[in-house]
Design a protein around this ligand. Structure first.
Ligand code: NAD
Length: 269
């Protein structure tokens, strides 16, 4: 393809299987010449991640559970020893107890899961930035994944919406702190996609169908489309862009009410 990522090395965090958003971005980066390393969460997922990573020529495939900072640190220590420098990181990591991703936020949310969700889904990006920035001696690009439930209420998204709001605020603070070092920090806000994490949200099918009926493009987005936007934000094409929340959601975020034909079908009932 373009070779626009030739000579660039980056870490992909958050592949669970071939449906993962991180995998869509990784494939696109590989096609455009990037050299990739991967992390995986635990041995069970490692068995799925290793063959995928090897298929795009990766040799550094490292365990990392962001709920334990030592494992984050040791993954970056290995990258430092093996590569010395780093050009980009994709952070596509989120977790919450799925029992709390249904029903009313006010009832469902426990202190324990609120903290765990925040640490894994929001704070981990800050720790990743702390570890990655010293390796980005020629500048770099950090990318995370968020969802529109951060700023607008989505039924059942609950504490994940609160964590995504914190993640998006982190993007802005990190962008401002790391900008003087030539390190850019952005997020892709993806529309609903059929992944392991996506399936954990209550009524995920209804969210999917609502997007298909009411987004301007009248469909959900593909892994390739998120991959293309990832390529843009991680490459020099977006050299002047930082602190941005970039929607890849078929335009759903600009709408304020369902299409009239959808309302009509409700009226008819
Ligand atoms: N699927 C969607 O509809 C959608 C939409 C917008 C944003 N996102 C976000 O995209 C990101 C990737 O999710 P996905 O949809 O590709 O699902 P996925 O299940 O394929 O990926 C989620 C990843 O998070 C990792 N993870 C969870 N806890 C971890 C921990 N403690 N340490 C290390 N890794 C951990 C999992 O191993 C997995 O690889 C998430 O941040 C998610 O919130 C998803």
């Amino acid at each position: 393809m373009s070779g626009i990522m030739s000579g660039k090395r980056g870490l992909i965090m958050g592949v669970a299987n071939s449906n993962s958003i991180a995998w869509g971005i990784a494939k696109t980066l590989h096609e455009h010449g990037a050299e990739l390393a991967f992390t995986y969460q635990g041995d069970a997922l490692g068995k799925r991640v290793k063959p995928l990573a090897e298929s795009v020529g990766a040799s550094l495939i490292l365990p990392c559970d962001v709920s334990d900072f030592e494992t984050v640190k040791s993954a970056f220590d290995i990258l430092k020893d093996e590569w010395g420098t780093l050009d980009f990181v994709v952070h596509a990591i989120g977790f919450s107890n799925k029992n709390e991703l249904k029903g009313r936020y006010v009832d469902a949310t426990t202190r324990e899961n609120f903290i765990q969700t925040m640490v894994i889904s929001a704070y981990s990006f800050t720790e990743v930035a702390q570890c990655a920035a010293p390796l980005m001696t020629n500048g770099g690009s950090l990318l995370t994944l968020t969802y529109g439930g951060s700023t607008r209420v989505m039924p059942n998204y609950n504490v994940m919406g609160v964590a995504k709001a914190a993640l998006e605020a982190s993007v802005r603070y990190l962008a401002n702190d790391l900008g003087p070092d030539g390190i850019r920090v952005n997020a892709i806000s993806a529309g609903p996609m059929r992944t392991l994490a996506g399936a954990g949200i209550g009524d995920a099918r209804a969210m999917f169908a609502h997007q298909q009926r009411n987004a301007p493009l009248q469909r959900t987005v593909t892994q390739e489309e998120v991959g293309g936007s990832g390529l843009y934000l991680l490459s020099d094409l977006s050299g002047g862009v930082t602190g941005e929340i970039h929607f890849v959601d078929s335009g759903y975020n600009i709408t304020s009410m369902p299409r009239p034909e959808q309302l009509k079908s409700v009226d008819d009932k």
